[in-house]
Ligand binder design. Structure first.
Ligand code: 5GP
Length: 115
């Protein structure tokens, strides 16, 4: 049994979040410390601890999650100019919350490479 993370509490509506999209598969909400004009986190309702664990998931779960990330980015109006989707994994990836989350970053010209 994995630890209860802040995102477990957001899913359970025990703590508030600025929700931009929700359905049976995912919850998407604004990051509390945005790194771009648009910075939204997308998390699956069925908990997955991190990107590494996607390898153990049913294809339908992975597919519906990735599909929703694309849908949320489109709904946010980011598609014409582009945007970035980031999964931080583990220590070297600087993952700070052990509940998988896609960062959608956009609304400005982003730089590359990341640090
Ligand atoms: P990580 O570093 O794990 O990839 O990203 C975690 C993200 O969650 C960070 O960008 C951080 O700002 C965000 N975050 C942490 N706690 C909260 C919270 O309570 N509410 C919201 N909306 N975002 C949070």
């Amino acid at each position: 049994m994995s630890e209860v993370s802040i995102f477990d509490k957001i899913i359970a509506k025990e703590i508030p979040a600025d929700i931009v999209y929700e359905d049976d598969w995912v919850l998407a909400f604004n990051d509390i410390n945005p790194q771009a004009p648009v910075h939204v986190l997308v998390i699956p309702k069925a908990k997955i601890p991190g990107f590494s664990s996607l390898a153990d998931q049913e294809a339908v779960q992975v597919g519906e999650f990735i599909k929703r990330i694309s849908q949320v980015a489109n709904k946010l109006g980011l598609d014409p100019d582009g945007y970035r989707v980031v999964f931080n994994q583990g220590k070297h990836g600087q993952q700070s919350v052990n509940y998988i989350h896609a960062h959608i970053l956009g609304g400005k010209q982003l730089s590359w490479p990341p640090g």
